[in-house]
Design a protein around this ligand. Structure first.
Ligand code: C2E
Ligand code: MG
Ligand code: MG
Ligand code: MG
Length: 281
């Protein structure tokens, strides 16, 4: 039951879940018990360096609710952001990821963590990140922070300062779901970041000479000029991967290379992702 199946929402009891989902306060109420009840699990998805075949991982949260069954992030992250509880969740994920990096196979060395824009605005963030890193003996340069945005940014200046500060401490910073927000290009203009991740919507419709092809190659040209690395999300076919490699995309992520999975199988996942990458050459 813990296997990813495309976008389908797997539930034990669909009617009961739909009912609870309809009521956000109830969902948030359940969510707030999830940490204590140990219902959260961090999964990891491989990201391949297109030039070298090197692998790192993105941490993706999974909620196996005792009441609702497995609830996908798209169904609870937004509710968590609106309730501010997202900060507590993100900080829990940071601690858990560092614990896994310290105790898992060496393949799990460099990890990207999704943080809500709200978490970036929290005063605790640097302190918590540094504490987790030092507790588990991890160098901040092995942690990448992905800026995800499901609610509006309230204080742009604060975010600019925060990102600058985090980068000075050694953390890497990426803009997630690039291209899908009305503010994507403005973020690229004003925010100090190391990387952008092109949203899977562009990659999934990628065909030669399609609009998506022109948009992606333009983003890659632009990113190269301003010294920002690019990851393509949602790579599912060999054809898509080859087009991205031809266009000099820096990193590839998607079901073609591996689905999100528990930390125990990271060694096997790295091997499979690397084999898939080799077969592209
Ligand atoms: P994201 O950060 O853009 O993560 C990529 C999403 O695309 C993940 O969905 C992943 O499972 C999915 N994906 C990866 N490759 C493919 C592919 O080839 N095809 C398709 N169809 N999908 C693919 P997931 O895990 O359901 O997460 C959804 C979103 O929830 C994430 O999008 C992220 O914005 C948010 N999220 C997940 N974990 C956390 C977390 O710990 N904190 C915060 N703040 N947000 C999180
Ligand atoms: Mg992400
Ligand atoms: Mg994304
Ligand atoms: Mg997304």
């Amino acid at each position: 039951a813990k296997q990813e199946k495309g976008n389908s929402v797997k539930v034990f009891d669909m009617n009961r879940q739909t009912e609870v989902m309809r009521s956000k306060p109830h969902l948030v109420h359940e969510l707030k018990k999830a940490i204590v009840n140990k219902e959260f699990v961090v999964y990891f998805q491989p990201i391949v360096n297109a030039a070298t075949g090197g692998i790192h991982y993105e941490a993706l949260l999974r909620w196996f609710s005792s009441k609702l069954g497995p609830v996908p992030p798209d169904a609870f992250i937004m509710a968590a952001e609106e309730s501010d509880f997202i900060q507590e969740i993100d900080l829990w994920v940071i601690e858990k990821v560092c614990e896994h990096v310290a105790n898992s196979h060496e393949e799990l060395r460099y990890v990207s963590i999704n943080l809500s824009i709200k978490t970036f605005q929290s005063t605790e963030l640097e302190k918590k990140l540094l504490a987790a890193c030092s507790k588990h003996g991890i160098d901040p340069s092995f942690i990448e922070l992905e800026l995800t945005e499901h609610t509006l940014l309230e204080d742009e200046q604060l975010l600019i300062e925060k990102l600058g500060c985090l980068r000075k401490l050694g953390f890497k910073v990426a803009i997630d779901d690039f291209g899908m927000r009305h503010a994507s290009f403005n973020y690229l203009r004003v925010l100090p970041v190391d990387k952008i991740k092109i949203d899977k919507a562009f990659v999934q419709n990628l065909k030669r000479n399609s609009k998506e092809h022109h948009i992606i190659t333009s983003i890659l040209t632009l990113a190269k000029k301003i010294g920002v690395r690019v990851t393509a999300e949602g790579v599912e076919t060999v054809e898509q991967a080859k087009m991205l490699v031809d266009a000099s995309c820096d990193e590839l992520q998607g079901y073609l290379f591996g689905k999100p999975a528990p930390n125990e199988i990271v060694h096997k996942a790295s091997k499979q992702a690397r084999e898939q990458w080799s077969s592209l050459l």
